[in-house]
Design a protein around this ligand. Structure first.
Ligand code: NAP
Length: 283
């Protein structure tokens, strides 16, 4: 039976550390770290994410400003707001909630965020920094996975790490971060042949594909560490991961649950990035 990597508990501990640092910066420098969140339109899932981000900021003492723009906002209007926030000294982090309505070019908008305020780390400059291994801002989900491994004392160096999924926001940066920690990394995707066999070679398996319970116990090596990034719905509409937890936990040494694994870590890493951006500005 695998040990559960408790993302809720680990993220709560990190939140406390962040709160303490935010308070220290307030006391010593008179500066309150600030996060600006831009949301365009009425997408219900995006609204929930934005509300959660605001709540997380409030709880840790970070000042959050939500800019809710109507669906028919033009690219010029959105760019004007991004540039205004780039120049606002009270704003240390900027995020644009994705997806944007179809008439807006997300790449163009992201590319206009000040790289030092890009707390989602989606700007090509920060993506490039991840490649080099010289980074301050990391994309929140893979950074959260690394923090889970580190705080569970799971060594990456020398391990066979398999990442399933190659998205720009999870799979690819995840692979680079594991490589920087001296893992031997294999990245799999929808065209990968012999996926089962490759999975069974993994000491550390990170799954980020978006397919409910796709990875089953027979694809997991005895004693492997299994990190499930997926956020899916099962046949009953219940939240589940990409890993079939029931069969996987019988083989794994450590496993993340869904919910309560990677999800809360993604949230806390946004706070961490905002704090890092504020600290960098103070230097
Ligand atoms: P994405 O952009 O849709 O990418 C999915 C990746 O999985 C692609 O690279 C795709 O391969 C690969 N894939 C799909 N089916 C596959 C299969 N049968 N075998 C092997 N590879 C397969 O998704 P994403 O944004 O990375 O997100 C992945 C999952 O993580 C989703 O469930 C998402 O909701 C979840 N997520 C969770 C958090 C969190 O905080 N917990 C954060 C972000 C995302 P190709 O490239 O060949 O198409």
């Amino acid at each position: 039976m695998a040990k559960i990597i408790d993302g809720k508990a680990i993220s709560a501990a990190i939140r406390q550390e962040i709160s303490a640092e935010v308070e220290k910066i307030k006391q010593e420098k008179g500066v309150v770290p600030g996060l600006a969140v831009i949301i365009v339109g009425e997408d219900p899932a995006s609204q929930v994410y934005v509300r959660n981000k605001k709540k997380d900021c409030d709880e840790t003492g970070i000042n959050s400003i939500v800019h809710a723009l109507p669906e028919n906002t033009t690219e010029e209007e959105l760019l004007a707001l991004v540039h205004k926030l780039n120049n606002d000294d009270s704003v240390h982090g900027i995020i644009v909630q994705l997806p944007l309505p179809k008439h807006l070019d997300s790449d163009l908008i992201i590319n206009n965020i000040d790289v030092n305020k890009d707390v989602d780390a989606f700007h090509p400059y920060n993506v490039g920094k991840i490649m080099i291994g010289d980074y301050e801002l990391l994309p929140c989900t893979p950074a959260g996975v690394m923090a889970l491994l580190e705080r569970s004392n799971i060594e990456v160096s020398g391990k066979n790490c398999v990442v399933i999924g190659r998205s720009n926001i999870v799979g690819k940066p995840q692979a680079m971060m594991l490589l920087h920690k001296n893992g031997t990394v294999t990245v799999c995707h929808s065209k990968t042949k012999n996926l089962d066999e490759i999975c069974r070679s993994a000491d550390i398996l990170v799954v980020a594909i978006g397919r409910a319970k796709y990875v089953t116990g027979d694809m997991i090596k005895e004693g492997a560490v299994v990190i499930d990034v997926g956020m899916c719905r099962d046949e009953n509409g219940k939240l589940c991961g990409d890993v079939d937890y029931e069969s996987a936990e019988k083989k794994a040494s450590y496993i993340t649950p869904v919910p309560g694994g990677v999800g809360p870590m993604t949230r806390v890493m946004l706070l961490q990035n905002t704090l890092s951006a504020a600290k960098k500005k103070l230097k």
